[in-house]
Design a protein around this ligand. Structure first.
Ligand code: ZN
Length: 240
């Protein structure tokens, strides 16, 4: 059984479609979404509809939460804020209810999913170091956990200490725990503009980070046509 685990889609329909096609090519029979379906890019409703049609486990991201609320926008960077105002206008009440009802943490088979951190899921902190990962490992009760939020794929593992696993593929060792960032479908920030997601091969006990080319120019054109900040289109080709 292979799971395609993806998140930080951020309303980028072209990237999401390319990831789902790549997952099908690699015989993924199951899907899992670690949140931030909306925000930043130009197709929030279409991405929501596509994710919902997969009928898969989904957890809530900070943008999903913001989009479901009517409260003042606090703590978002100016680009995110401008995009969030626009996103709220696009979504129906039913869309917002769906996003609002999403859980922060879920267990699926032998793994856990969360958007940002396991130590304080509603705090939306960023795991950017082994030290940050250690805090989440303290609350991880399954061998594997998948997360996102930083838009940068990385495999953390823990036996006696926390390490970063090299490479794009990890063979899972018994007795170790893994805290895996699947990267971002719709707005990668590690300098590689290709969409990122993770395949968890449960039978083969391995995890593979996949990078997928997509029709970036169409996604950029939609951002500009929607009147969203030009910077949001530019950053997609920079992978930042
Ligand atoms: Zn995000």
């Amino acid at each position: 059984m292979k799971f395609a685990i993806f998140g930080d889609i951020h309303a980028n329909l072209e990237a999401l479609e390319a990831v789902l096609a790549d997952a099908a090519d690699h015989d993924c029979s199951h899907h899992v979404c670690i949140g931030d379906i909306v925000g930043y890019n130009a197709n929030p409703r279409e991405c929501l509809e596509l994710v919902r049609s997969l009928e898969c486990p989904v957890v809530k991201g900070n943008h999903d939460e913001e989009a479901s609320l009517d409260t003042d926008l606090i703590g978002l960077n100016p680009l995110a804020e401008q995009s969030m105002k626009w996103t709220r206008e696009q979504l129906t009440n039913e869309d917002k209810e769906y996003l609002s009802d999403l859980k922060l943490v879920r267990q699926v088979r032998d793994f856990t999913i969360v958007h940002a951190t396991l130590d304080t899921p509603p705090g939306w902190g960023y795991v950017t170091s082994k030290f940050d990962a250690l805090a989440s490992f303290s609350y991880q009760y399954t061998p594997l956990c998948f997360f996102g939020h930083t838009h940068t794929p990385v495999f953390y593992s823990k036996s006696l200490s926390v390490e970063v696993e090299d490479g794009l593929k990890v063979e899972i060792e018994q007795g170790k725990k893994y805290f895996t960032n699947v990267g971002s479908v719709g707005q990668p920030r590690d300098g590689d503009p290709r969409a990122s997601y993770c395949i968890y091969d449960m039978g083969g006990q391995r995890m593979i980070n996949r990078r997928v080319e997509y029709d970036l120019h169409t996604a950029q054109k939609k951002i500009l046509d929607a009147g969203l900040p030009e910077m949001l289109a530019q950053r997609l080709e920079l992978g930042k």
